[in-house]
Design a binder for this molecule. Structure first.
Ligand code: 5RP
Length: 249
């Protein structure tokens, strides 16, 4: 299949997964808004639903880009504050592995994404079929790193076998890409991650790594689109067809 044809199919899958996620939204909810192209479809559809009077929600975004989009489609935004918890966060993923373990941060928003995921009662992942993998690690694992610590973080990741590269700004290369917090982004090419929990502990012990892109034990469900089919994946349960899925928050 030609790659633009494939891209078109994947894009349609992203849109279908995003549309299905609206079924999780209830009137009055506080919603976390993810980042990336799949989450952007959800934000647009949520804005459409609000303008159509289907329900009212308030939201906080996981990136400046998602915040700008949310404002432009009329989603009321709340600032971070103590005690704020989200009923639902809807976000994309770069890889979805066994037990809904995720790699996230391909868009560089991993820190805010993990903050909101942790402050949420229900993290719902929406994804196209290319994201579902039998083992994490083919997608390079992103890290957000304080600039001063970069050389030592690169050494430590190389020692762990992660073949690290500093992510470049797509528009201003060779300048490095910066996160919304002004930190650097490192991509680690481990190729396969047989023990993500152990790696997460090792990464947390390296000074200068603000956050890593392993999201373990955070997602409650994932809606994965495969052509016309939409499948809901949950922890400890067989995947089910989304059409007949009733366990909503
Ligand atoms: C951004 C992310 C995104 O959720 C991830 O990169 C998926 O993006 P897309 O929906 O464009 O495939 O983690 O930091």
């Amino acid at each position: 299949m030609a790659s633009s044809e494939n891209q078109g199919r994947i894009d349609k899958e992203k849109q279908r997964a995003a549309a299905q996620a609206l079924r999780w939204v209830r009137d009055g909810m506080l919603v976390g808004l993810g980042s990336g192209s799949t989450a952007a479809y959800f934000i647009q559809l949520l804005g459409d639903a609000l303008r159509a009077g289907q329900f009212q929600v308030q939201a906080t975004a996981t990136s400046l880009a998602s915040e700008v989009l949310a404002r432009s489609v009329g989603i009321p935004l709340v600032e971070p504050r103590r005690g704020l918890r989200f009923d639902l966060t809807v976000d994309g993923a770069d890889e979805i592995g066994p037990q809904l373990a995720l790699i996230k941060g391909g868009g560089g928003a991993l820190l805010r994404e993990k903050v909101l995921a942790t402050a949420s009662d229900y993290l719902l992942i929406i994804a196209d079929s290319s994201k579902l993998v039998p083992q994490l690690g083919h997608f390079p694992l992103p890290l957000e790193v304080v600039p001063f610590a970069l050389p030592w973080v690169l050494d430590a990741i190389a020692q762990l076998g992660g073949d690290p590269t500093v992510r470049l700004d797509k528009k201003k290369a060779p300048q490095p890409a910066l996160s919304d917090q002004g930190n650097l982004l490192i991509d680690c090419h481990f190729k396969s991650l047989p023990d993500p929990a152990e790696l997460a502990l090792q990464l947390q012990a390296i000074p200068g790594i603000v956050e890593h892109g392993l999201f373990l034990g955070l997602a409650r469900a994932a809606i994965v689109a495969q052509d016309e089919k939409l499948v809901v994946h949950r922890l400890g349960a067989e995947p089910v067809d989304a059409a007949g899925f009733e366990e909503l928050p």
